[in-house]
Ligand binder design. Structure first.
Ligand code: FO1
Length: 314
């Protein structure tokens, strides 16, 4: 039975990719589908760049730079250096030479009207990835950040150029009128035996996915276990601005506040052992060590989360 078990995961960023690697290394392997945030995507130097999709693809194919958690390990930067030295281009977004190959192919595909879904699945297959990697939407839904200091910033301007320092007034998920839930995303959700929300930033990585028209309603209508894993460990983010953003939005910085932000979406929560214990009457919760500092720990967290949710599945 476990052989054909279907697990669908909402994910974005480095934390999500770590859990994905744990899931992909489970024995026996479940059938995995990852619905990936594309709110961070942007056009830069004429190239279509999808950081969260690439982080997941590089992680699952073993190419990722383990120190950064994104980009390709031991990549060179000749193109970027040339842009900086010869042309005085302000290269604030680091694009490695090998990473550029992905952006070139993707940009060509976009120009030839290939959908992001089709391009992503063909490139993932070519890199030997068995899991389905599904962009949350084929239409662009760019996240923008309203700040007092700089006004409205595009996502990468806020995240990379400004190093997520400006205080957030509002996060906008700019849903285009043309945006539709793709058939493959719908199918991945409706056919899943279990749905996980990775320990990604709830507001920057998961909320853009939930903003795809029809996705939230569909999720709410499904009766399989829906389990989020805490992005906070010991009351702080492992990496990135989750805790800072919660403070700026006037939220308590706690796993409880994260779980409450998923009200109506999840019915289970894997909390970290280091966080203060909390209870919500609508939520099943368990406590684990969620720090994924080695492959063994990633696999253990993935296995524990699935075993736990299987235990209370009707
Ligand atoms: N993150 C950085 O902090 N600085 C960078 O220069 C940078 C370049 C980059 C290039 C390709 C890619 O796929 C990801 C890259 N990231 C970089 C990471 C990325 O922008 C963010 O981590 C995500 O968008 C947030 O999930």
């Amino acid at each position: 039975m476990a052989m054909s078990e279907k697990i669908t995961v909402l994910t974005g960023g480095v934390g999500g990719a770590k859990l994905a690697l744990g899931l992909a290394n489970l024995q026996p392997p479940p059938q995995l589908a990852f619905i990936v945030n594309t709110g961070d995507d942007f056009w830069h130097l004429g190239l279509k760049i999808c950081p969260d999709i690439d982080t997941l693809i590089y992680t699952l194919s073993g190419a990722v730079d383990p120190r950064q958690g994104w980009g390709i390990a031991d990549d060179s930067a000749h193109v970027l250096d040339s842009l900086k030295r010869r042309y005085a281009f302000k290269a604030w977004f680091k694009l490695g030479d090998q990473d550029l190959a992905m952006h070139l192919l993707r940009t060509q595909a976009m120009r030839e009207q290939v959908s992001l879904t089709d391009f992503t699945s063909s490139i993932a297959r070519r890199l030997g990835i068995e899991a389905a990697i599904l962009p949350m939407c084929d239409a662009e839904i760019p996240t923008t950040i309203l700040t007092r200091e700089h006004g409205e910033l595009s996502f990468q301007d806020y995240f990379v150029k400004q190093r997520w320092q400006p205080a957030i007034q509002q996060i906008r998920y700019n849903v285009d009128k043309e945006a539709r839930l793709s058939e493959v995303v719908r199918e991945a959700l409706t056919s899943a035996d279990m749905i996980l929300i990775a320990p990604s930033n709830p507001w920057l990585s998961i909320a853009p996915i939930l903003a795809v028209p029809g996705l939230l309603d569909l999720l709410e209508s499904l009766s399989v276990p829906k389990v989020a894993i805490s992005p906070l460990v010991g009351g702080d983010a492992v990496k990135g601005p989750t805790a800072k953003i919660m403070r700026e939005m006037g939220l308590e910085v706690s796993a409880r506040a994260v779980a409450r932000s998923y009200a109506g979406v999840i019915d289970g929560f894997v909390d970290d052992l280091r966080n203060p214990v909390f209870q919500l009457d609508w939520l099943r919760a368990t406590r684990r060590d969620t720090l994924m500092t080695s492959l063994e720990r990633k696999v253990a967290l993935a296995r524990d989360a699935l075993d736990w949710a299987r235990g209370w599945r009707a």
